[in-house]
Design a protein around this ligand. Structure first.
Ligand SMILES: Cc1ncc(COP(=O)(O)O)c(C=O)c1O
Length: 462
């Protein structure tokens, strides 16, 4: 313990209102760690303890902590030009360079423009407003509904929390907005019917979407939003053929597709974008997190030629923008971050490390009594815990909080994972610079933690 630790903990408890945290409990008891520094994939707390960060913060510190190149870029840019805005035709240089770079990285996905923001949530709010504006311009003001998926995670602002398909994020705020609908996600473990293969499962999900669009009236449905791989909702890689089947339905009914690449963009799935990997042909894309590896906040809405054409015909201004849209400091950080990712071959590395992580997780947990599924794609993976395994698995009583207990047991052993909401699932999404040895540690620590919780549960049952 350093002399400063109690004081910092005390300040935090007294003055900081934490996101996604019970306020009273935190004010009373504080939290498990005050992180004060990081290097590579390791964080250090004020009390000197170190933690292997198997989540890259919140799926975002892709190039790892403590990169001197990023620190230098931030210093240089802050001295040269910390800020100027992009309203009313004004421009700064780094967002222009970055937008060109991002459009190039999307390759043949057809993206042409970038509207910058600061968070995934504000970018998805922009998406909603853009889609509404687009249909107003097209003279079809009734075409405004957005279909998302249960367990999708798209953020926390009023519109993006509405798109998010997690009931706990609606209840406190009387959401979702009336224009939002949710359909079944491609969650194989629970949604696939016995004996259903990929093709049949996909056909059923596409049929459900089409029935929903028809029931609502296609003239009222503007867009469908989806993460290539649902991340916070459970780490749910879609079955083969899912997006092509969904897209066929959307095209038939003239519904735009928004690919929310906030987690999957910039290499997390072992390709620059999830859309490229999974055959997605989006009209709009949302980016954030990995674009700067979270060194500073930055997000973006990528706009395809088809949508842009319509917007550009309008003589008036797009009545939307944030003080921090096209922030020159954030854009400078993004340019350096993307240079690092390219220079060090980190997209390919994420693919390789991901393969190792998944194969080791399978080896360690495929037969574990507590584990109903080991799943993942690229450098994201998850373990889902079940009360009974097999053809017809049975969920744990949520009151047992099995996922949270495993996460706590990992933390006690110096490793950070994440218990995902509304599921007994823990996720892994380490920095792309995670080493093979650190992956071995992640799996070994996870195994000890799961064994500990399995023993506890057996004792509680006895
Ligand atoms: C897919 C996806 N979209 C949007 C968001 C919201 O981003 P932010 O937390 O930056 O508002 C997240 C955050 O985790 C996300 O995972």
């Amino acid at each position: 313990m350093t002399a400063t630790t109690p004081a910092l903990d005390e300040l935090d408890r007294r003055y900081v209102f934490h996101p996604f945290t019970p306020p009273g409990a935190h004010e009373r008891d504080g939290g498990p760690a005050m992180i004060v520094s990081g290097k590579g994939s390791t964080l250090t707390a004020a009390d000197g303890r170190t933690y292997l960060d198997a989540m890259a913060g919140l799926w975002c510190v892709n190039v790892g902590y403590g990169r001197p190149e990023l620190a230098e870029t931030l210093r240089e840019q802050a001295l040269r030009l910390p800020y100027y805005h992009g309203f009313s035709h004004m421009a700064t240089d780094t967002p222009a360079l970055l937008a060109e770079r991002i459009v190039a990285l999307t390759g043949d996905l057809g993206m042409e423009k970038v509207f910058f923001g600061s968070s995934g949530s504000d970018a998805n709010d922009t998406q909603v407003k853009l889609v509404w504006h687009y249909n107003n311009l097209l003279g079809r003001p009734e075409k405004k509904k957005i279909i998302a998926r249960h367990r999708g995670y798209h953020g926390v602002t009023v519109a993006s929390a509405s798109l998010t398909g997690l009931p706990a994020m609606h209840a406190q705020f009387d959401l979702p907005l009336p224009q939002v609908r949710h359909v079944t996600p491609p969650y194989s473990l629970w949604e696939r019917q016995p004996g259903e293969d990929d093709a049949a499962f996909v056909a059923r999900l596409a049929a459900e979407l089409e029935e929903r669009i028809v029931a609502e009236g296609p003239e009222t449905v503007a867009a469908f939003i989806a993460e290539p791989v649902q991340a916070a909702g459970g780490v749910l890689p879609p079955p083969e053929g899912y997006f092509p089947a969904i897209q066929a339905v959307l095209r038939k009914h003239d519904v735009l597709l928004i690919a929310d690449e906030v987690v999957s963009g910039f290499g997390r799935l072992g390709s620059w974008f999830g859309s490229q990997l999974l055959g997605i042909e989006p009209d709009l894309m949302t980016i954030a997190k990995g674009v700067t590896s979270a060194y500073v906040p930055l997000s973006g809405v990528l706009v395809s030629g088809r949508v842009w054409e319509m917007l550009a015909q309008d003589g008036g201004a797009f009545q939307h923008g944030y003080t921090y849209s096209a922030h020159p400091l954030a854009a400078a950080a993004a340019l350096t971050n993307l240079e690092i990712v390219e220079r060090d071959g980190l997209v390919e590395q994420a693919a390789r490390r991901g393969e190792r992580l998944r194969s080791e997780l399978h080896a360690a947990f495929a037969d574990h009594e507590l584990v109903g599924e080991v799943r993942g794609i690229g450098l994201v993976a998850a373990l889902e815990f079940v009360a009974r395994r097999g053809e017809r698995p049975v969920r744990f009583d949520p009151a047992l909080t099995v996922g949270a207990r495993v996460t706590r047991a990992c933390l006690e052993r110096g490793m950070i994972t994440r218990a995902l909401p509304a599921a007994d699932t823990i996720s892994f999404s380490p920095p792309f610079v995670i080493t093979d040895a650190e992956i071995d540690t992640i799996v070994a620590v996870a195994r000890e933690a799961v064994d500990q919780v399995a023993d506890e549960l057996a004792r509680e049952r006895a």
